[in-house]
Unconditional design. Sequence first.
Length: 106
Amino acid sequence: MGGVLDWHSGHAPTFDSIAGAACIKQGGLHIKTVRECGGAILGFRPLELDGIEPWEFRGACHPMNSYVQRGLVRTRPQRPSDDALPVFSTWGYGVPVVVAERRWVK
């Protein structure tokens, strides 16, 4: 599970510089995505410090044989009334860059 924060700078992120940044997109990804996007794991900041938690998703467009999940954890069977929830997305290596560019590049 990964996400893109509503944060940008000309400098590498630090524990303090990303404080308060909201998550603008979440999805499933491989840890290799960080390296493939040109990044690196620079440290650790507990998500709860900024009120970030896994979002609720539906597993598929249609509820048959599908579940609602919070992040990667299934919470209950999906119902037709869950149509407003986004469908969980598995990201390719370049997706975080595309999300960031759509947000920050004019």
